[in-house]
Design a protein around this ligand. Structure first.
Ligand SMILES: Nc1ncnc2c1ncn2[C@@H]1O[C@H](COP(=O)(O)OP(=O)(O)O[C@H]2O[C@H](CO)[C@@H](O)[C@H](O)[C@H]2O)[C@@H](O)[C@H]1O
Length: 644
C-alpha cells in the first residue's frame, strides 16, 4: 500500500528529528540528484539539499539528512534516508525507497490538487534530472579541453565529465599536465600541486609522478605531472612527427590513473576502490589490464569496473613485442595484449609480425565497450571498419554499445558566442549573413552575401577524406562558390591548401593551423559544411554546424549518418524534412552531386534553405541525453562480475 502511494507520487515527507547539517563544500551531492526531489513537499523552497560527504564516506549509520528552507528563513530538518555500506564501511548505494522508521507519510491529496500547472511542470523537471544511483567515476584521457585539445576527444573529455557530475556522480578526470613553453601552459594555472608523489615502475626504472588538482564545474580535474609531458609541441608530437616515447608517456598516465582514486584525498576523501573507470582510446587502455593483472590478484579494485570508450579505432597503441616487459604487467598477461600482424603486413622475410596492442588488451579486459555512435559500434565489427580488431570486437558484441556524443551547448551557442562578430538564433537569423560577410572580409575573399560559402574544419588526416576534396576542387571552383578550409596535420595537405589558395585567389582560402576562435567563425559564417570523412566515429563539426544553421553535406558513415538527416522536400505535406545531405559511396562524383544539390537549394529555394537551417538549429545536442544512456551502461557494467 505504501509503495503504491510512492509510485503515485502523492507523498510528502515530514521532517524527522535527526541531525541535519549543511555543508557547502564541493564534495557534497545535491539530494535532488539522488532522486528525492519529487517526494518533497511542493511550495517548500529547496534551498540547500546536500548530503554531507563525510556521511557518504563512512560516517555513522545515521545516514544522510537534508535541510529544507520553509520559505520563512527557518531551516526545517528534512528527509532522512538510509545508506548502504559494505563491510569496509564504504557507501555503495542508497535506499532509494526509504526504510521503515526513516520517514513519515503525509498523503495529503488536497495539497496536490491545489498545485498549479506550473508546479507540476516543476516536478516533471525535477524528475527529469534525477539520478537513481551515483558512481565514483574516474575518466582517463590523453586530452581534455580547455586544458589540452587536438580534436574531438578533447571536446568530449571537457564536457561529458561535467554533464555526469551535474547528474550527481562524483567525477575525476585524469590527464597529463602538458607544458610546452607557450601561453597554453597558463590553462593549468588553476591546478595546484596536491603534494602527493607516487612511484611508477615501468620501462626498466622507477618514475616519480606528481598530481595537480583543480576543482571546477563539479569535477575533480587531476593532472599527472612528469618531465616527459613537458616539451614543445602538442600532446602527441611536434613538427617532426609523433613522439617516440608515447607508449612510455601513456603507460605512466595509466599507472597514475589507477593509483589516483586510492591515494588522492580530494576534498578530504579518496574516491576509493569502488569506482568506475571510463578509459578513452588507446592512451588510457592499459587501465583495465592493470586492474585485472596488477590490482585484483591482491584484492584491490575487486569491485571496480571499467568501460572502454573508443573514439577512433584507427589508433591502437601498437609496439614491438619486446615493449611488453616495460609496461609494468606480470609476464603471464602477455596474451591479453598479444598481436600478430598478418603475413601481408610484415615488413621483411624475418619479421614474425609479433607485437603488443594496448587497445586490444582493453577490448579483452574492459567490462564494457562503448563507441561514440551506434553506427560506428556496428562498423567496427565489420572487416571494413574493424582495423583488424573486428573479429575480437564481434566476439564482445554483447557488451558493445554506441552512444552519440553531445556537445557543449554553452560554448557552441550562436546566440552568445564570443568568438563570432554577430550573434543570432533560429528566431532571428539576421546575424548569420553578417557573420558570413565578416568572415569573407577577414579572409580577404570578395564580399558576396549570396555566394554559397562552403567550409571544412578538421585534422588533415586520411580519415577526413581530404584527398577527395583535393580531387574535387578544380571542378568545384568552376562554379560560383567560395571555399574555406581550416586544418592542420599531414604536411602534404597543408602544402596543397597553401598552393590552392594561390591558384584560386578569389574563391579558396586554406588556413593552416589549429585555431579555435577561427573554427567558430567559420562554423557561423559558412552556408555549408563539408565532411567527406572516410570513417567518422561520431563527428562533432557537423553537430556544431547544425547548431549554427550551417547545413552539413557529409559522407554517410558512422556518426555522420546517425546525426545528419538527408533533406526530403516532399515530407510533411511538402514542407520538407531533414537537416542536410549524406552521400554515398565515398567518391568525388557522389560528393560533388550532393554539394550541387545543396548549392542549388541554397540559391533557388531560400525558404526551403531556412527550413533546413532552423531544423538543424532546433535539434537537441546537449549531453543530457547521452549522459542518461551512459548511466544505463554503468548499471549494466556493475551487473556482471568484473574481468579477472
Ligand atoms: N585546425 C583546427 N582548428 C580549430 N579546431 C579544430 C581544428 N581541427 C579540428 N578542430 C576541432 O577539433 C574537433 C574535431 O572533432 P571531430 O569529432 O570532428 O574529430 P576527431 O577526429 O578529432 O575526433 C574523434 O573523436 C571524436 C570524439 O568522440 C569523434 O567525434 C570523432 O568522430 C573521432 O574521429 C572539433 O571541435 C573541431 O572544431
Amino acid at each position: 500500500m505504501e509503495s503504491l502511494q510512492i509510485i503515485t507520487g502523492v507523498l510528502a515527507f515530514k521532517p524527522c528529528s535527526s541531525v541535519a547539517q549543511v555543508d557547502t563544500s564541493p564534495y557534497v551531492r545535491p539530494i535532488r540528484q539522488l532522486g528525492f526531489a519529487p517526494f518533497l513537499k511542493k511550495k517548500t523552497k529547496i534551498e540547500t539539499l546536500w548530503i554531507r560527504a563525510s556521511s557518504l564516506n563512512g560516517g555513522t549509520s545515521q545516514e544522510g539528512s537534508s535541510v529544507v528552507d520553509n520559505g520563512k528563513g527557518n531551516k526545517e530538518r528534512g528527509l532522512l534516508f538510509g545508506t548502504e555500506k559494505d563491510d569496509t564501511g564504504s557507501v555503495v548505494g542508497f535506499h532509494l525507497i526509504p526504510q521503515p522508521g526513516d520517514w513519515e507519510i503525509n498523503d495529503s491529496h488536497e495539497e496536490l490538487a491545489t498545485q498549479t500547472v506550473e508546479e507540476v511542470t516543476d516536478i516533471e523537471e525535477e524528475e527529469k534530472i534525477q539520478t537513481r544511483v551515483t558512481y565514483n567515476i574516474v575518466f582517463v584521457t590523453s586530452e581534455a579541453a580547455p586544458y589540452s585539445k587536438t580534436g574531438g576527444l578533447g571536446d568530449v573529455s571537457g564536457s561529458l565529465p561535467i554533464a555526469l557530475a551535474t547528474r550527481g556522480h562524483r567525477v575525476m578526470v585524469v590527464s597529463p599536465r602538458y607544458q610546452n613553453g607557450t601561453l597554453s601552459d597558463k590553462r593549468y594555472a588553476g591546478a595546484s600541486d596536491v603534494d602527493c608523489h607516487i612511484k611508477v615502475y615501468c620501462f626498466g626504472g622507477e618514475q616519480e609522478v606528481a598530481f595537480f588538482h583543480e576543482y571546477r564545474e563539479g569535477v575533480d580535474w587531476v593532472f599527472v605531472d612528469h618531465p616527459s609531458y613537458h616539451r614543445p609541441g602538442n600532446p602527441y608530437g611536434d613538427s617532426y612527427g609523433a613522439f617516440g616515447d608515447n607508449q612510455f608517456r601513456f603507460t605512466l598516465l595509466c599507472h597514475a590513473a589507477c593509483e589516483a582514486p586510492l591515494v588522492l584525498p580530494l576534498g578530504g576523501f579518496t574516491y576509493g576502490e569502488k569506482c568506475l573507470f571510463l578509459v578513452n582510446d588507446w592512451h588510457a587502455s592499459l587501465v583495465p589490464i592493470l586492474l585485472a593483472a596488477k590490482y585484483r590478484p591482491y584484492g584491490v579494485y575487486k569491485d571496480a569496473r571499467s568501460i572502454l570508450v573508443i573514439h577512433n579505432l584507427a589508433h591502437q597503441g601498437v609496439e614491438p613485442a619486446a615493449t611488453y616487459s616495460s609496461l609494468g604487467l606480470p609476464p603471464q598477461w602477455y596474451g591479453a595484449l598479444e598481436w600478430v600482424f598478418p603475413t601481408w603486413a610484415r615488413t621483411h622475410a624475418l619479421d614474425t609480425g609479433e607485437a603488443v596492442n594496448v587497445l586490444k588488451g582493453a577490448i579483452v579486459t574492459a567490462d564494457r565497450i562503448l563507441t561514440v555512435s551506434k553506427g560506428y559500434a556496428w562498423e567496427i565489427t565489420t572487416t571494413e571498419g574493424g582495423y583488424g580488431l573486428n573479429g575480437l570486437l564481434s566476439s564482445r558484441k554483447s557488451v558493445l554499445n554506441g552512444i552519440t556524443n553531445g556537445i557543449d551547448v554553452a560554448d557552441w551557442d550562436p546566440s552568445s558566442d564570443e568568438h563570432i562578430p554577430f550573434c543570432y538564433s533560429a528566431d532571428d537569423l539576421s546575424g548569420k549573413v553578417q557573420c558570413k560577410t565578416a568572415l569573407q572580409k577577414e579572409l580577404g575573399l570578395p564580399i558576396q552575401p549570396n555566394c554559397p560559402l562552403i567550409g571544412f574544419i578538421g585534422r588533415l588526416d586520411y580519415q577526413k577524406g581530404i584527398d577527395l576534396i583535393q580531387d574535387a576542387i578544380p571542378e568545384l571552383m568552376e562554379d560560383d562558390v567560395q571555399f574555406v578550409m581550416l586544418g592542420s596535420g599531414d604536411q602534404r595537405f597543408e602544402d596543397w591548401m597553401r598552393a590552392t589558395e594561390e591558384t584560386y585567389k578569389n574563391k579558396f582560402r586554406g588556413w593552416v593551423g589549429f585555431n579555435v576562435p577561427i573554427s567558430h567563425r567559420i562554423t557561423a559564417g559558412c552556408d555549408i559544411l563539408l565532411m567527406p570523412s572516410r570513417f567518422e566515429p561520431c563527428g562533432l563539426n557537423q553537430l556544431y554546424a547544425m547548431r549554427y544553421g550551417t547545413v552539413p553535406v557529409v559522407h554517410g558513415t558512422g556518426g555522420l549518418k546517425d546525426t545528419v538527416e538527408t533533406f526530403n522536400p516532399y515530407a510533411r505535406g511538402g514542407s520538407g524534412e531533414g537537416t542536410g545531405w549524406t552521400f554515398s559511396p565515398l567518391s568525388k562524383e557522389s560528393m560533388l552531386a550532393a554539394l550541387r544539390v545543396a548549392i542549388s537549394t541554397y540559391r533557388e529555394h531560400k525558404s526551403t534553405w531556412e527550413g533546413l537551417m532552423r531544423r538543424g538549429m532546433e535539434k537537441d545536442y546537449t549531453w543530457e541525453s547521452a549522459a542518461t544512456q551512459y548511466e544505463q551502461v554503468f548499471e549494466w557494467a556493475f551487473i556482471d562480475p568484473p574481468y579477472c
